[in-house]
Design a protein around this ligand. Structure first.
Ligand SMILES: [Zn+2]
Length: 175
């Protein structure tokens, strides 16, 4: 990486961060020749990471889904979006950092749980209790919109579901 000021090829990485879109890593470098600083963007080879679901199906890893799952778990908790972004970023790094192109959905579930446990115990318990019901993290993320409903069901005395028992008149076949 040549310095844009003096052309020296020696530089020191001061800081790295994964861009939000996750297709680049931004590095702050200091030139060892002239001491000036500049940023570089290193693009990641875009190979989608596939998540292996419990039933063997594959779907593309989505950090957006991971994030919305974590956001839901942390609702009404003293957890900042910055903390959540940091956790998502850590999970992304683990997922994309592996040389494997496929990852088991269970492993992702574990990453999320480990992170949440450190972040906020209540959010962790929420996540874990709901996640258990789904057995598969991808399925859980698909259902994340129903998360609150599920939580309510857990807390509220379970009401019997009012199945409308309309008596369906049997079709009369006219001959
Ligand atoms: Zn330089």
């Amino acid at each position: 990486m040549k310095c844009i000021y003096c052309g020296s090829e020696e530089s020191r990485v001061m800081d790295s961060r994964v861009s939000e879109e996750l297709n680049a890593i931004k590095r702050r470098r200091e030139c060892l020749g002239c001491g000036r600083r500049f940023n570089t963007f290193e693009t990641i080879e875009v190979t989608p990471i596939m998540v292996i679901k419990n039933n063997g199906d594959r779907e593309r890893f989505s950090s957006g889904k991971v994030k919305s799952g974590i956001v839901k778990s942390c609702e009404k908790r003293p957890v900042s979006m910055a903390d959540i972004d940091k956790l998502v970023s850590e999970i992304e790094k683990k997922v994309y950092g592996s040389l494997e192109e496929e990852i088991s959905s269970q492993v992702i579930g574990e990453y999320v749980m480990e992170g949440l446990r450190e972040l906020d115990e209540v959010s962790y318990i929420r996540f874990a209790s709901v996640y258990k019901k789904f057995k598969d993290i991808t399925t859980f993320f698909d259902f994340v919109n129903d998360f609150e409903t599920i939580l309510k069901e857990k807390n509220v005395v379970s009401k019997p579901i009012n199945m409308k028992s309309k008596s369906v008149p049997s079709k009369k076949i006219k001959n």
